[in-house]
Write a protein that binds this ligand. Structure first.
Ligand SMILES: Nc1ncnc2c1ncn2[C@@H]1O[C@H](COP(=O)(O)OP(=O)(O)OP(=O)(O)O)[C@@H](O)[C@H]1O
Ligand SMILES: [Mg+2]
Length: 245
């Protein structure tokens, strides 16, 4: 059994065809070991979101292979991909993407309902407690702060107990204190529950919560740092942005 939650081998993603085509990912090979927290950084347009979408089975690479817990995604049908995402993968975005007419509790229950499973109220409450908003179960998104809404989104991603949690700038819309609280929760799901996290961020402080930071430039991996401080990450980013194309 592989020790990797996700593995990408020579993944290329090209958008469009002919002279106007864009290579968003160019032969990217990366492994995300189980129970680790990886941050992905790089300039705007370097392919970070595309990498996440391909790794999470939301998008299909033009070439190369992606395996999730040993399952090769390339050969899966749309239905197979949907089932795999539902059972093994959670996703949180910068925009919380909550349904405005539903309460926190109902938003969190949604993935289970979509999977045809009856959500147990005790389980929903447990996850809301876990992210620190047990007292907001009956509130609708408009009645909550940004940090509380992101906690609901996190609870919604965790309700199915996914092996891997992907975040595309999950703290991008939060102030720094609230962002840190969410990052502490993410760190906790890795340390306590052995979950694997891959998080895109522009913020060196956010990246310092990760075990490893992978840098992308023009769709290619451009080195990585392990156990880096926010200062180390910021210095590397400055170097990358200054590098000639
Ligand atoms: N659906 C699409 N159609 C065409 N080109 C796309 C599409 N999605 C992304 N691209 C292009 O692919 C490249 C990588 O985009 P991507 O969104 O992965 O970058 P990113 O690193 O997430 O940037 P940001 O930090 O701004 O979010 C960019 O040049 C972008 O314009
Ligand atoms: Mg992006």
């Amino acid at each position: 059994m592989s020790n990797d939650a996700i593995r990408l081998r020579s993944v290329t993603r090209r958008y469009g065809a002919g002279g106007t085509s864009v290579t968003a990912l160019d032969e990217v090979s990366l492994a995300f070991p189980k129970g680790t927290f990886t941050a992905v950084m790089g300039p705007s347009g370097s392919g970070k979101s595309t990498l996440l979408q391909c790794a999470a089975g939301l998008d299909r690479p033009t070439s190369g292979s992606v395996t999730v817990g040993g399952t090769e995604l390339t050969g899966l049908s749309e239905t197979g991909l949907t089932l795999l995402r539902r059972e093994r993968i959670g996703f949180v975005f910068q925009a919380f993407n909550l349904l405005p007419s539903l309460t926190a509790e109902q938003n969190v229950s949604l993935p289970l309902r979509l999977a045809g499973r009856r959500p147990e109220r005790a389980r929903v409450r447990e996850v809301l407690e876990q992210v620190g908003i047990g007292d907001r179960a009956r509130h609708r998104p408009a009645e909550m702060s940004g940090g509380q809404q992101q906690r609901v989104a996190l609870a919604r991603a965790l309700i199915t107990r996914p092996d891997v949690l992907f975040g595309d700038e999950p703290t991008g819309a939060l102030d720094s204190r609230t962002g840190r609280e969410v990052l502490t929760l993410l760190r906790g799901t890795v340390d306590r529950d052995g979950r694997t996290i891959v998080m895109v961020t522009h913020d060196p402080v956010a990246a310092s919560y990760a075990d490893r930071v992978v840098f992308l430039v023009d769709g290619r991996v451009h080195g990585e740092l392990a156990g880096a401080s926010a200062e180390d990450v910021a210095a590397r980013m400055t170097g990358l942005e200054a590098a000639p194309c």
